[in-house]
Design a protein around this ligand. Structure first.
Ligand SMILES: [Zn+2]
Ligand SMILES: [Zn+2]
Length: 116
């Protein structure tokens, strides 16, 4: 569960477009390891399809930006299903078609305008 203070902080990060910082929080880093251990470091999506591949990523089933209140919940209290799940890189990309477009756009580095 996320504390009220942390939730307010996370909402602020999302609004500022700096939600990537969430992934550096010690609470997240600890919980992420717990989820990987729970899933025995196996991609759960591959496992459902009878394949075995190492999990690299812990994914928010209800995306962080939509449900920051579930940012640190292993289980979804609304459905009783998993909210955090271990995935391999490929299965994770399938869950985030929006980030593929973002990579395609490739923003110039932040420093490019600073020195001219
Ligand atoms: Zn997979
Ligand atoms: Zn994800």
């Amino acid at each position: 569960m996320i504390s009220a203070a942390r939730l307010a902080q996370l909402r602020g990060l999302i609004q500022a477009g700096r939600d990537a910082l969430f992934y550096t929080w010690p609470e997240w880093l600890g919980l992420r390891l717990e989820v990987l251990r729970l899933d025995q470091y196996e991609c759960q999506s591959c496992k459902q399809r009878g394949r075995h591949r190492a999990a690299k990523i812990v994914h928010h089933v209800k995306h962080l930006k939509d449900r920051p209140d579930l940012a640190l919940s292993v289980w979804d209290p609304d459905t009783g299903e998993r909210q955090l799940v271990s995935l391999c890189k490929r299965c994770h990309e399938e869950q985030h078609p929006e980030s593929q477009r973002q990579f395609a756009r490739r923003r110039p580095p932040l420093t490019s305008e600073r020195w001219d």
